[in-house]
Design a protein around this ligand. Structure first.
Ligand code: HEC
Length: 138
């Protein structure tokens, strides 16, 4: 009996540590996103599209992995993630995919040297961040 209680306590402790880790990791990923968007904005101002390529690709890379940092139940703790994420995980995944697609498109426009397209692509990408936050972030 005591053994069962201890094992259960140990397991739930492990679960909450794992959850804290994943929350910290995803926050770091999102901070990387903001840094990337800032560098893209700065580059669009200078007229040199070269830095936009790598920055947009890093946003695409994170967006492709993002949903795996949201295991069920990780709305507990130091997080602004809403539990709505797990009520419609397909929609959450679709919104992450929109961010990935917009970031890849922006990278392609930057590679092609299309400044006007890249400016528009940047707005579209920033819009995908906002759309997801409105539904799923406090
Ligand atoms: C598919 C949904 C989704 C997309 C797309 C998305 N985010 Fe988020 N973002 C979230 C959620 C959910 C959180 C809350 C994470 C937490 O607190 O655990 C978050 C948190 C953040 C945070 C706060 C991190 C912290 O330290 O607390 C920043 C900054 C952020 N996102 C920036 C961005 C940017 C910039 C983009 C677009 C390039 C973006 N996000 C795209 C869902 C998304």
């Amino acid at each position: 009996m005591i053994r069962t209680i201890l094992i259960t306590a140990a397991l739930s402790l492990t679960a909450s540590i794992a959850s804290a880790d994943v929350i910290a990791e995803r926050k770091a990923g999102f901070k990387g996103n903001v840094a990337a968007l800032k560098s893209i904005k700065a580059a669009l101002g200078t007229g040199d599209l070269t830095p936009v390529i790598g920055a947009a690709e890093s946003v695409a890379d994170w967006s492709a992995r993002m949903t795996s940092y949201f295991p069920e139940g990780s709305d507990e703790g130091e997080t602004n993630a809403r539990m709505d994420i797990w009520l419609d995980f397909d929609d959450f995944t679709t919104k992450a995919k929109s961010a990935e697609d917009a970031a890849l498109k922006l990278a392609a426009l930057a590679k092609a040297g299309d400044m006007d397209g890249a400016k528009q692509g940047f707005k579209t990408l920033a819009g995908t961040c906002k759309t997801c936050h409105q539904s799923y972030k406090d």
